[in-house]
Design a protein around this ligand. Structure first.
Ligand code: HEM
Length: 296
């Protein structure tokens, strides 16, 4: 009987209001990819489904290709160049080597687990970005709109997120993008303009009909662009409110296509949400199944 390929369990975790995202770069240029892969295997092996804390390990696509070429999907790539619209609006490329994504029910267990992950990685990698995600009134984004309404159901999520077969089967591609909102301008614009920017009503979350072509949900319309799973989290505080976009898909082209549609290229409209929110980072990570790590 063929072995079942299991994704890292945290990919589909539910009920995790506290989320920590650690992005790291490997130290030094002349590294041994196999030795590094064994350290990553140790980190993944230490994730016990019974601990009540989810840890997902993400790897820069070009790095995984060096570590495990037989388990790397052929068409995945780094976030190597900014995505730039016709008017110069820019989504920066800030690709790091590794992502440790910790999701838990409480801040103390998430913190402990993040420390454990860093200790396992030891001298191998240095932290380049730490982003704290928190929960705001369930699924509400700091813009005041419900986020995630058009997500796949639990039954559909695996088909949307996991590469079905071939090299990299059971892996998912994750797009991580830090956004900061200008809430003063957003509030001053008023609810009618906000609703036109998102493409849904604010109070009861009904899709506008028709959607303005520049509305966020028109630029990312999944009937046209393909389907993804979003696990976005609010970030920052009153001084620097934002959204960490956390998007998962079996196809990196779907995620990249949405970014291209949002910036407005080839005469297409730019996403109205980007008049109020600015992307500050952008990375792609491959999330290989736990069984793909050597020794696991
Ligand atoms: C500032 C950053 C962002 C915020 C605050 C945000 C918020 C929202 C909100 C409120 C909705 C409508 C409700 C829903 O269907 O979930 C939505 C829809 C959506 N967003 Fe975003 N989003 C952001 C960035 C992105 C990015 C970068 C992508 C893609 C790479 C994206 C993809 C989508 C998709 C696919 C939908 C559903 C579209 C449909 O109706 O089919 N979002 N987003």
């Amino acid at each position: 009987m063929a072995a079942i390929v299991l994704p890292q369990p945290g990919v589909f975790a539910l009920g995790t209001p506290v989320q920590l995202f650690l992005e790291l770069d490997l130290r030094g240029a002349d590294r041994d990819p196999m030795a590094d892969a064994r350290t990553l295997a140790e980190l993944v092996a230490g994730i016990k489904p019974s601990q009540g804390c989810n840890v997902v390990l993400g790897i820069r696509p070009s790095l995984w290709r060096r570590m495990a070429p037989q388990d790397c999907p052929p068409d995945v790539h780094d976030f190597a160049t900014p995505v730039v619209g016709d008017d110069g609006f820019r989504m920066p490329a800030t690709q790091a080597d590794l992502l440790v994504w910790v999701a838990a029910g409480s801040r103390d267990s998430a913190y402990d687990e993040a420390r454990r992950a860093l200790a396992t990685l030891g001298g191998m990698a240095r932290l380049v970005r730490e982003t704290d995600g928190w929960n705001y009134h369930g699924n509400v984004d700091l813009t005041g709109f419900t986020d995630g309404s058009e997500n796949p159901t639990v039954a559909e999520a695996a088909d949307v997120c996991l590469i079905a077969d071939g090299p990299g089967a059971g892996s998912s591609v994750l797009l991580l993008q830090e956004w900061r909102h200008d809430l003063a301008a957003w509030d001053a614009a008023g609810v009618t303009i906000q609703e036109a920017a998102i493409g849904r009503t604010k109070a009861d979350n009904v899709e506008l009909d028709p959607k303005p072509p520049s509305a966020h949900n028109a630029r990312t319309d999944q009937d046209e662009a393909g389907h993804i799973l979003r696990k976005n989290v609010p970030i920052g505080g009153v001084a620097d409110p934002g959204t960490l976009f956390v998007g998962l898909c079996a196809s990196q082209a779907v995620l990249q296509g949405m970014l291209v549609r949002m910036v407005g290229i080839g005469g297409e409209p730019r996403d109205a949400l980007t008049r109020f929110s600015t992307p500050k980072s952008g990375s792609y990570y491959l999330l290989p199944p736990a069984t793909a790590f050597p020794g696991n």
